[in-house]
Write a protein that binds this ligand. Sequence first.
Ligand code: ZN
Length: 489
Amino acid sequence: MKNNLVIYNSLSRKKEPFNPLHPPFVGLYVCGPTVYSDAHLGHARPAIVFDLLFRYLTHLDYKVRYVRNITDVGHLENDADEGEDKIEKKARLEHLEPMEVVQKYLNNYLKNMEQLNILHPSIEPRASGHIIEQQQLIKTILEKGYAYEINGSVYFDVLKYNKQYNYGKLSGRVLEDLQTSTRSLEGQDEKQNSFDFALWKKATPEHLMRWPSPWSEGFPGWHLECSVMSTKYLGETFDIHGGGMDLQFPHHECEIAQSTAAMGKESVRYWMHNNMITINGQKMARSLGNFITLDQLFSGEHTMLQQSYSPMTIRFFILQAHYRSTVDFSNEALQAAEKGLQKLMKASETLSKLKPSLTSTVDIATLKKKCYEAMDDDLNSSVLLSILFEGVKYINSVNDGSERLTSGDLKSLTDLFSTFVFDILGLKDENSGKENVKLTDDLMKIIINLRQDAKNRKEWALSDHIREELKKAGITLKDLKDGAEWEVE
Ligand code: ZN
């Protein structure tokens, strides 16, 4: 199986040709959300970026097993080893069971993902459903000598691991620097070194989510679940691991250490990280008051928003940037994206109505080649969109008669739009459905009124005829005191 795809590997820090281990199969693992609050902009970007990768690999005829986990236990505040579990904290605030919190926000997340036209991953495993596997991995790491137990908790021995392997290879952090930067915390906890991290934590008496283990009743450390669930479903060595850049350290660095310590080799062949989103140049944070959830964006209900923005506007806006560049959200930028998306959708509609000529004056084959080159160059959706807008220019020129296309070229251009705009970028025309619903509604009102007129004139045969004909078309009429209701069977 041949492809020209080149992707940037965060581990080697360079672009590499993409060669899956067992073609046509591709294993893809992406760190999913910790479900303790409504999904926000920060959730939208990795979901859209890796949906783009999933869609493109599928388009290239690979059989992709896409695993995106749900973190429902073990993620403590500030990504630390001490402190409250994010989900438990919310459960106390909202007077809910921790698993009710998980379900509530998971439902919200999945609803938002559907609105953004993100395809379902192949498997969405939960951390709490893999406690036994996580305990098994801890046992293996203990047996290999890269972890130690203290007071019922188990910690990863970073210093010992670093003697054999290289801790910090992904993030570029150096152990000596970590030692200095985290020294102030020493003495506060039971770890041998402040940079060691928890594999298992003994639960305090008030901690709600807890499981029995050989070490104590407790819960797994946050990094462990991804080492376990990625290799369980994709094999000891798999192709791509993705996530946001903010997860590189400590989360992914610790994942590498755990898997390498247990198996003596690396699990991941290509590490991919999407860059972050800023809002008016600032990092998004609850404390800065610029924290916008996806529901707020879609409804416009936030003091920072001048209007609502549709899910496809958000998707288009994120795809306008290459995934390794930062994206800055502002009302102006979103309004520009909204216009761009409308222009693209309108052109696609015009395309379906164009009349062919005997000769072509524009080169569609080159346009198609450039689209593939953009995607093959580390998923450059930004360049891809600019090439598609060249296509928009052609469409409008053919429409106003200044350029011509043969029927063959017209078909190629239609296929190209269908493939790249709809299948690969995953955009959809949000207005077409709405227009159809409104049109049908208006037409039915006219028909029902005409039938009512017939009934008023006591033309029963005509009124029955209208009812019968509608029935044949799959529409049932129900007579009311004044007028009628209709429904599709
Ligand atoms: Zn993860």
